[in-house]
Design a binder for this molecule. Structure first.
Ligand code: SAM
Length: 287
């Protein structure tokens, strides 16, 4: 076990995780700007993309590239600098670092090395889309990108179709039709789906309907821009009872030991939860 006191004095540097706008520069927070100004180095997914942001906010901090193709070599270089006391901010091209973006290995290695990792709150496409979707915001599963190959995409969807929580996907406009077609086929045509397009940008729009309706919309639309796909959970699946694999005695034992009930109360509760007469549970307990 380890505890991180984020703002405690240490001789190591701090790794700041800084979200950046997903389309609207005004979504940059004061703290994000100040952090990017204050650190010694900014690790960027694409230095050219981040440079535009830095120019806009007049930030002159040194940059280094950190993306999926140089993660192996660059993680250890960044960790060495952090261990030597440099403060580093990590950003991706847009939104939260590590969320379907680079950062995961850097954070894991920093944590392993007891380097403080300080996250800043800020823009993220999934959650921003979710709260306006009209679909239940919790519980939810953030899935990110599904597999690009059709057969594997379908397999993944098969594994997700009985999930009762809201599902959130990222998808490129080039593969969106395929995703919606497979969703309709596997999840059923009536499942509610929301497409959140170009969130926070000038042409932001929300397409809300059944899987079939949204799929038909996509078929006849020239798809452009960025999309988040929000899918309602399956409300036809009965959730398994927590005691489904227990014997009656194990169930009673749980009530007595963990819920601190007397044997009499436990028998009554178990009978109620299992929807069987109390005398049956009583008989089993006293056998
Ligand atoms: N790290 C980012 C975040 O926190 O949201 C996500 C990066 S991921 C590589 C890019 C995907 O996020 C896009 O393909 C799209 O699915 C989604 N996305 C990003 N910006 C968006 C926007 N403004 N509107 C809708 N979806 C967006």
């Amino acid at each position: 076990m380890k505890a991180q006191q984020s703002y405690e004095e240490t001789d190591r540097g701090t790794l700041y995780l800084v979200p950046t706008p997903i389309g609207n520069l005004e979504d940059m927070t004061f703290r994000a700007i100040q952090t990017l100004k204050d650190v010694d180095l900014i690790a960027c997914e694409d230095t050219r993309v981040t440079q535009k942001l830095l120019n806009h906010f007049e930030i002159n901090t040194e940059k280094v590239s950190y993306h999926e193709h140089n993660v192996r070599t660059h993680t250890s270089e960044l960790i060495e600098k952090l261990l030597a006391g440099e403060n580093i901010a990590q950003v991706s091209d847009a939104g939260m670092p590590s969320i379907s973006d680079p950062g995961v290995e850097l954070v894991a290695t920093a944590v392993a090395q007891n380097i403080p990792v300080v996250p800043l709150p800020g823009p993220n496409a999934a959650l921003t889309a979710l709260i306006a979707s009209g679909i239940s915001p919790q519980p939810f599963t953030f899935y990110g990108f599904l597999n690009r190959k059709k057969s594997e995409l379908k397999e993944e969807l098969e594994g997700l179709k009985n999930k009762t929580e809201t599902l959130i996907f990222y998808e490129s406009p080039y593969r969106l039709k395929q995703l919606l077609e497979s969703l309709t086929e596997i999840f059923g045509s009536d499942r509610r789906v929301v497409l959140a397009r170009e969130v926070t940008k000038r042409y932001e729009e929300f397409i809300r309907g059944t899987a079939e309706e949204v799929s038909e919309w996509a078929e006849k639309t020239e798809l452009r821009g960025e999309f988040v796909v929000i899918v309602e959970g399956n409300d036809e699946v009965e959730e398994e009872h927590y005691w489904a694999n227990w014997t009656v005695l194990e169930h009673i034992d749980y009530k007595m030991n963990f819920e601190k009930m007397s044997s009499k109360q436990a028998i009554k509760e178990v009978a109620k939860e299992r929807e069987v007469p109390k005398r049956e549970i009583y008989a089993e307990y006293h056998q």
